[in-house]
Write a protein that binds this ligand. Structure first.
Ligand SMILES: [Zn+2]
Length: 674
C-alpha cells in the first residue's frame, strides 16, 4: 500500500487532494494508519518526561492527526457528493471506529491531566489571546466529552458513542435508499400537465435511466414539499407526490429515531445534563434551553396567524376549482396562482434571467469583488473529485492568492440532496495550510445544449453557500481548531445568510440578472413584484421551518428513560403542543428523513437557522446604513468576523462589526412577524 495517495501530503497547489490517484480501496488503510499515527502522537505527548507546557501539549495536539485529517476531508466529501456502494460500506465500517478514536483521545486520562494542569494555571502562562482560548476550548471539549467521568461511566459513554455513530450512518443510508425507491413513476405525459417542456423531458429521461422506459419519473428531493407541487395541475398526482415524500423511511427510521433520541438522552444524563438539548446548547451562543424556547415561542403565534391569512387567500382560488379545503398538496400550487394573480409574478418568467454562469460570475463572484475585492480564475488544469466539480483560484484585490473554491452545482444520483459547503483543506498558519473549500448544489441538469436556468430559490442557495465558502476562504487563524467555519453551530449560518443579501442588492442584481438570449436586464417592476410576492410566502416558509425546528427540539428535550412508542405519533403530539399543527403545512422535514438532526450534526441545532437570522437581519441593516462604502463595510466584516473563525467569541465578533448586542426587531420585520 505504499502507493496510497493519502500517506504523504499532496504536492499539488494548495495541497489540493490528488483526485486522479485516489480510489475507494485507499480509504480504509488510510483511516487505519491515520488513527494509529494520531494515537502514537498522543502517546508521545503523554510520555514526554517534561512538565506540560502549552507547546508540548496543546500545540502538539493541534499538530497531530495530519493523515487522518487528509483522508477524512476527502472521504466525507465523497460520501456526500459522489457516493457508491463501496463508499457506503466504508462509511458504515468506519463511523463507529472514528467515534471510538475520538473517545480514545478525549478519555485519555494522562492527556487530560496535562491539559487540566495547564488550565489551572492558565493566567500565569503568558499566553496570547488565541493561545489562551485554545487552552480553554480544549479543556471545555474534553470535559464535555466525559474526561472527568469514572471508568464505568466512560465505558458506557464509549458504547453510546459507537452505537450513535453507526445509527447515524444507517439513518442517512435509509433516507437515501427510500428517497430513491419512492420516486413517483407516471404512465403518461398528461399526468405531468403544468410542468415545463424541459421538465417533462427530464422526467422521461429519468424514466429511461431508472429502467422505466416510456414512463415518467419524478425523483424526490430533500424537503417535504417537492418543487413540482407548484405546477402540477392534476390534483391526484400532487397528492401522490407529496405522500411519497412524507412517507419516506417510516418503517426503518421511525424506530431508529426513537432509539437515537433515547441514547442521546442517556448520554446527556451521564454527562450531567437534563437533556441532549441542554447539553448541546450549553456550548452554543444560545446558552440555555430556555433562551431557545423563548425565541421559538415568540415566533410561533404570529407565524401561524400569517399562514392562516395566506391560507384564506389560497382558499378563494381553490374554491373556484371546486376544492373545499386546501390540503398540503394544494398549498404550493395555489400559492403560485396567487403570485400570478395578485402580484403578476410567474416563476417561469424569471428563470431565463437566471442563467447559471451569469449568476455565478456576474452575481456571486461580482458581489465578492464589490465587498471584498476578490477575483476568480477557473483552473481547468486542476482536477476535482468529479467531472462536475470545477476548480477556481481565488485572488485578493492586490493580486495575492487566497485559496481554491470548488463549485459542484448539478444533481446526480450519487449525490445526497440539499446544498452545503465543505472544506478539503482548512486554513491554519500553524500547519501552513491555505483553504480549499467547496460548494455543492443540486441543480437539475438541462437537456444537452440547453442553458442552465435557475429558480429564484436556487439563486438564493448559490449566494448562501458561497457565504459559507467565504467564511472558509477568509479564515486567518493559527490553530486548526479555530479554522473558518469552526464556530458555534447557531452562529455558522449567519455569514451565509448575510451573503444572500447580495442577490437583490441593486448593483449586483443589475449586473447578473439578464435574459440569457436577449441580454435584456430583469425588468425592475418584476423584481419589485417578486419581492412583494416573497412577503406573501413568509407565513408558509416560517411555519414549515419552525415545525422542523420544534420537532428537533421535541426529540432532544426528552428526559432519559421516556418511552416513545411511535415516531409519527410523537411527532404529531409535539407539533400540536407547540401550537404548530397547521394541517396543510407539513414540517420542512419529517422525523424519519430529517438527516440534519439524526445524521449530520444538527441535533438540537436546527433552531440555529432562525437564531442566526437575528444576527443576519441586523447585519444587513448595518451594511445598508453604516455610512461606509460597500467595500469598506466588507473589509470590516471580513476583518472582525469572517477571518476570525472560532478564535474569538462569536458574539464578540458580531459586536465588533455592528457595535452592540443583537435585537430581534429586524428579523421580525423581515418575516412579517412584527
Ligand atoms: Zn447554510
Amino acid at each position: 500500500m505504499s502507493d496510497n495517495p493519502f500517506f504523504e501530503p499532496s504536492t499539488l497547489v494548495y495541497e489540493l487532494p490528488p483526485f486522479t490517484a485516489i480510489r475507494e480501496e485507499h480509504y480504509l488503510p488510510a483511516f487505519e494508519r491515520g488513527m494509529a499515527d494520531q494515537l502514537a502522537e498522543i502517546a508521545a505527548i503523554t510520555a514526554d518526561p517534561q512538565a506540560p507546557t502549552f507547546d508540548n501539549t496543546l500545540v502538539a495536539l493541534e499538530r497531530s492527526g495530519a493523515l487522518l485529517r487528509r483522508v477524512s476531508a476527502v472521504f466525507l466529501n465523497q460520501s456526500s457528493a459522489d457516493t457508491n456502494d463501496l463508499v457506503d460500506a466504508v462509511d458504515a465500517e468506519i463511523s463507529p471506529r472514528l467515534a471510538a478514536h475520538q473517545d480514545a483521545i478525549h478519555l485519555d486520562a494522562a492527556l487530560f491531566a496535562r491539559i487540566e494542569a495547564l488550565h489551572e494555571r492558565r493566567a500565569g502562562l503568558g499566553l496570547d489571546a488565541q493561545s489562551l482560548r485554545l487552552l480553554e476550548r480544549h479543556h471545555t471539549r474534553f470535559v464535555r466529552a466525559g474526561a472527568r467521568l469514572g471508568a464505568a461511566e466512560q465505558a458506557r459513554l464509549r458504547e453510546l458513542n459507537s452505537e450513535l455513530a453507526s445509527a447515524a450512518t444507517a439513518f442517512q443510508q435509509n433516507v437515501a435508499a427510500d428517497t430513491r425507491a419512492r420516486a413517483l413513476v407516471l404512465d403518461s405525459a398528461e399526468q405531468l400537465d403544468g410542468l415545463s417542456a424541459d421538465a417533462v423531458a427530464a422526467a422521461a429521461e429519468n424514466g429511461r435511466a431508472l429502467g422505466h422506459d416510456g414512463r415518467y419519473v419524478l425523483s424526490l428531493k430533500n424537503f417535504s414539499n417537492q418543487s413540482e407541487l407548484a405546477q402540477l395541475t392534476d390534483r391526484s398526482v400532487r397528492e401522490r407526490l407529496l405522500a411519497a415524500s412524507l412517507g419516506r423511511a417510516v418503517a426503518t427510521n421511525g424506530p431508529l429515531a426513537i432509539r437515537m433520541a433515547g441514547l442521546r438522552a442517556e448520554r446527556a444524563a451521564l454527562l450531567g445534563h437534563p437533556s441532549h438539548a441542554a447539553y448541546v446548547v450549553e456550548d452554543e451562543t444560545a446558552g440555555t434551553v430556555e433562551a431557545v424556547d423563548a425565541l421559538l415561542a415568540r415566533l410561533v403565534p404570529p407565524a401561524v396567524a400569517n399562514a392562516e391569512r395566506e391560507a384564506a387567500e389560497l382558499a378563494k382560488l381553490a374554491a373556484a376549482d371546486g376544492i373545499e379545503e386546501i390540503a398540503a398538496h394544494d398549498w404550493a400550487f395555489y400559492s403560485e396562482r396567487v403570485r400570478r394573480s395578485s402580484y403578476q409574478v410567474d416563476a417561469a418568467v424569471l428563470r431565463p434571467y437566471f442563467e447559471l454562469e451569469r449568476v455565478l460570475h456576474d452575481g456571486v463572484f461580482f458581489a465578492a469583488n464589490l465587498a471584498y475585492g476578490l477575483t476568480f480564475t477557473e483552473r481547468p488544469d486542476l482536477v476535482g473529485y468529479h467531472p462536475d466539480a470545477r476548480v477556481f483560484e481565488v485572488f485578493e484585490e492586490d493580486g495575492g492568492s487566497l485559496g481554491l473554491f470548488i463549485g459542484d452545482f448539478h444533481a446526480r444520483a450519487s449525490k445526497r440532496g440539499g446544498a452545503w459547503m465543505d472544506e478539503l483543506v482548512s486554513q491554519s498558519t500553524l500547519l501552513d495550510k491555505r483553504p480549499v473549500v467547496l460548494n455543492n448544489l443540486n441543480i437539475a441538469r438541462p437537456a444537452p445544449g440547453e442553458p442552465v436556468l435557475l429558480t429564484w430559490d436556487e439563486v438564493r442557495t448559490l449566494f448562501h453557500e458561497f457565504g459559507h465558502a467565504l467564511h472558509g476562504l477568509f479564515s486567518a487563524v493559527r490553530f486548526p481548531l479555530f479554522s473558518g467555519t469552526e464556530v458555534p453551530r447557531d452562529f455558522v449560518e449567519f455569514p451565509s445568510q448575510v451573503n444572500e443579501m447580495w442577490m437583490t442588492w441593486p448593483a449586483v442584481l443589475a449586473n447578473y440578472a439578464k435574459h440569457h438570449v436577449t441580454g435584456e436586464p430583469l425588468p425592475a417592476d418584476l423584481v419589485e413584484r417578486m419581492t412583494a410576492a416573497e412577503g406573501f410566502g413568509q407565513g408558509f416558509r416560517t411555519v414549515e421551518y419552525l415545525a422542523a425546528a420544534l420537532l428537533d427540539w421535541a426529540w432532544h428535550t426528552v428526559p432519559v428513560g421516556l418511552e416513545i412508542a411511535d415516531a409519527q405519533e410523537f411527532e404529531a403530539r409535539a407539533l400540536a403542543e407547540a401550537g404548530l399543527a397547521v394541517a396543510a403545512i407539513p414540517p420542512r422535514y419529517r422525523s424519519t428523513y430529517f438527516n440534519h438532526i439524526f445524521a449530520s450534526g444538527y441535533s438540537a441545532g436546527y433552531y440555529a437557522y432562525i437564531w442566526s437570522e437575528v444576527l443576519d437581519a441586523e447585519t444587513v441593516e448595518w451594511f445598508r446604513t453604516d455610512g461606509r462604502t460597500v467595500r469598506e463595510s466588507g473589509e470590516v466584516f471580513r476583518a472582525e468576523l469572517l477571518s476570525r473563525g472560532g478564535s474569538v467569541d462569536a458574539l464578540e465578533c458580531f459586536r465588533a462589526v455592528v457595535g452592540r448586542d443583537p435585537r430581534t426587531g429586524p428579523l421580525l420585520a423581515r418575516r412579517g412577524l412584527a
